[in-house]
Design a protein around this ligand. Structure first.
Ligand code: MRU
Length: 330
């Protein structure tokens, strides 16, 4: 991903592995500070995933893959490390997939480092192909709605939902992106907007509850979102607020696409009803920039994800191409 440093652009990944240290772009500090965090052991990694220093399904999967490699190089008990890292966040399938992928490669005789590097390259290549397939859905002058951040920050490079948008822009299409701010953690306002700015892609940040207004007023041509877990029947979990966007898009016959690599598909579960939804700390709702915004002693509910039933999805943009949910179930 292109990052402007001073007057120059530098190519960055959001997660990488260097001399047995996991390096993360600190996503809690963006867009105001561009800081790299060094993770030296699995308990630091657990805390970075939990506090969302690294976030987005594919990115936490890759960070955890490096965590297993690091633990192997430090002669730690891999089962214990794997169980601990898996408990950091419950919803994204990639966290579990990335850990299991590296462990199975180690069992086959690969070094942990080689296995984790191979895993990261595989996901990055898949995200690139998602971009190349998905960009064909975006016509010149399209106005695109996206939710949360499913960009390079969330996937290490390219992104899932943002990858087709990036490629449409690289191919010279004139596009405009409406970015939901994505309360309570503001991944859209803080992170997607930052990524689009780095690429010079025209966009506007809108309040979460404004998306329906723009769809109703024929200002959105296509919706593209990422996913944290996709069940066998095509139901999927994504950032809270995705479901209502899908229902409104369906109402106004606006194509609604979900972009995700294989690592996000959980073929072990039949439907979205089996996906565990993470409940996060209420202070994410009750406080803004360290300041309390609701009266004391008021209950707060903070589910981090919701489930969108497959019937609302026009298609899934994967590294293999764009497929409809009926094909997905075959
Ligand atoms: O809580 P987050 O920020 O990790 O949630 C991220 C999302 O919901 C993304 O849309 C999803 O992980 C897809 S990222 C390519």
């Amino acid at each position: 991903m292109r990052v402007r440093v001073g007057n120059k652009y530098k190519d960055y990944k959001s997660v990488w592995f260097e001399n047995n240290i996991i390096k993360l772009i600190d996503q809690t500090k963006l867009p105001f500070k561009f800081e790299i965090v060094s993770i030296k052991n699995y308990s630091q990694l657990y805390s970075a995933i939990k506090k969302m220093v690294v976030r987005g399904a594919p990115a936490i999967g890759i960070a955890a893959a490096y965590g297993i490699a690091q633990a192997k190089n430090q002669n730690k008990n891999l089962k214990k490390v794997a169980d601990y890292l898996k408990s950091a966040r419950p919803t994204a399938h990639d966290l579990f997939y990335g850990i299991e992928y590296v462990i199975s490669k180690i069992e086959e005789g690969f070094s942990g480092t080689d296995a984790a590097e191979e895993y990261a390259l595989k996901i990055i290549a898949e995200c690139k192909r998602i971009g190349m397939h998905g960009e064909k859905l975006i016509k010149n002058k399209y106005r695109i709605l996206t939710h949360c951040n499913a960009g390079a920050l969330a996937t290490v490079d390219y992104g899932t939902a943002l990858s087709p948008i990036r490629f449409a822009h690289y191919n010279g299409k004139k596009i405009f992106v409406y970015v939901d701010e994505t309360r309570p953690q503001l991944q859209g306002a803080r992170l997607t907007s930052w990524e689009l700015y780095q690429e010079g892609i025209e966009h506007a940040v809108i309040a979460d509850n404004a998306a329906g207004y723009f769809m109703q007023n024929k200002q959105i041509d296509i919706v593209i979102v990422g996913a944290d877990r996709i069940a066998k029947n095509g139901d999927f979990a994504n950032k809270i607020g995705t479901f209502e966007k899908a229902v409104i898009a369906y109402q106004y016959k606006i194509p609604f696409y979900v972009a995700a690599p294989t690592s996000t598909f959980d073929t072990k579960i039949k439907s979205g009803a089996e996906i565990v939804i993470e409940e996060r700390n209420g202070t994410e709702i009750s406080m803004i920039s360290g300041k309390r915004i609701i009266p004391q002693n008021i209950k707060v509910c903070n589910p981090a994800f919701d489930i969108t039933p497959a019937k609302y999805v026009t298609g899934y943009i994967t590294e293999k191409g764009v497929i409809g949910w009926k094909e997905l179930m075959r």
